[in-house]
Design a protein around this ligand. Structure first.
Ligand code: UD1
Length: 374
């Protein structure tokens, strides 16, 4: 086993808020821990603002791989990380979530016989058209330590034949970040600055290729949203992929100029949390936001046909509405008529997940005689 550092690999926006508390917890426990950034996301408002808001140290390496097709992006991350791992000889590589950088890092580490811990292991949507589902399944096959957020994730891994001793349920690390930053986010009044009343607007995020790259689906969702905005203003921090698609379609152009649609650039972590914490409800196709709304007790409509986070539906405030315009409209009307879903925070979504991650990794390193492949 190497005496080198423990590395956590980040690449895209949803990784940053998961890595922030992990870094703090490793340092607090006296480990040498470094953050490596692949540069999958590179715009300041998709990347740097999160490092600033979450007071994360500068990554010790920034690869700058940028955008590209899945193959190009994944390959560039692999080429860059192989060099980094050969030089740093890490004792362990932590990967988080399900983006291309996650899977690429797991592949490189495992081929160099460096142990891999997957934070947020075991989530499955069973929708193989989603790139994230491929990334999750591959990453879990390659990981030596499977750190899961919820019981359903444990069950998925067991059903796939993963040894139970590799699975450690640690809870939801993104909720550590949420709880830690909620007071600072609430100290800001982003809705007020936009002229919105607390509880008097909805927040929308939408960037999944299956929603925005398929013209019929995109048009159907936008036409439902055009009706909803007649009853309540909708704030929409728009992902670069979606902005591009919006400008290419007629309904997109109509949507952009609708009276009650407030388009903004992608927001930083604190600004966005200031908005979501005081909204009436959230409409999203993001995975993380389904969890954050459950932790906040805020009704959430998920515009996807399935969810990789069933616990947010079983226990939380999430309703999976798919992409049918009628269903999106009727569920939004339910909330506006005071019949929104309530819920509770699932077990181990308690702000202490990063500490449990550190102790699971430390136990693994102390007791594992070497790499044991699944
Ligand atoms: C990626 C993740 C997705 C996650 C999302 C969050 C994968 C397969 N997907 O999707 O799981 O929910 O991040 O945002 O890893 N672009 C910019 N600036 C940037 C980054 C991207 O303009 O900083 C544009 C580029 O035109 C790029 C496009 O956005 O081609 C898509 O970026 P990419 O990283 O390929 O995937 P996302 O859709 O962001």
């Amino acid at each position: 086993m190497s005496n080198g550092p423990i590395l956590t690999i980040v690449g895209a926006r949803p990784n940053f808020m998961k890595a922030a508390p992990v870094h703090v917890a490793f340092e607090r426990a006296g480990h040498h821990h470094e953050i490596i950034h692949t540069g999958q996301h590179y715009d300041d408002n998709m990347s740097k603002v999160f490092f600033d808001d979450l007071r994360m140290p500068k990554p010790s390496v920034y690869l700058g791989v940028g955008s590209g097709s899945h193959a190009v992006q994944t390959a560039n991350v692999m080429i860059g990380l192989e060099q980094v791992f050969l030089e740093k000889k890490p004792a362990m590589v932590n990967v988080v979530g399900d983006v291309n950088s996650t899977m690429a890092a797991a592949l490189v580490a495992s081929k160099l016989s460096i142990p891999v811990a997957h934070i947020e292991a075991g989530l499955r949507s069973r929708d193989w058209t989603m790139p994230e589902e491929v990334n999750r399944a591959v990453t879990d096959v390659l990981s030596d330590l499977l750190l899961t957020p919820s019981e359903d994730a444990d069950q998925n891994l067991i059903a796939e034949g993963k040894p139970r001793e590799r699975i450690v349920r640690v809870g939801n690390v993104m909720i550590d970040t949420l709880f830690m930053n909620l007071p600072a986010a609430k100290a800001r009044d982003v809705p007020g600055e936009m002229g919105l009343e607390h509880g008097g607007y909805a927040v929308l995020t939408m960037h999944r290729p299956s929603n925005v790259d398929v013209p019929d689906t995109f048009a159907r969702i936008l036409s439902a949203l055009l009706e909803i905005q007649q009853r309540i203003p909708i704030v929409f921090p728009i992902h670069p992929r979606t902005r591009k698609r919006m400008q290419e379609s007629d309904v997109g152009k109509r949507f952009e100029s609708a009276k009650n649609i407030r388009l903004t650039e992608p927001l930083g972590y604190l600004e966005f949390l200031s908005l979501t914490a005081r909204a009436k409800f959230v409409i999203t196709d993001s995975g993380g936001l389904q969890e954050e709304t459950t932790a906040l007790g805020m009704p959430c409509l998920t515009i996807r046909e399935n969810t990789g986070r069933p616990v947010t539906v079983d226990e939380g405030t999430n309703v999976v509405v798919g992409t049918d315009d009628e269903k999106i409209r009727s569920e939004a009307n339910k909330i506006l008529d005071g019949r929104g879903k309530s819920g509770r925070a699932p077990a181990l979504w308690d702000g202490k997940t990063s500490e449990r991650i550190v102790s699971a990794v430390a136990t693994f390193l102390a007791t594992s005689p070497g790499i044991r492949r699944l």
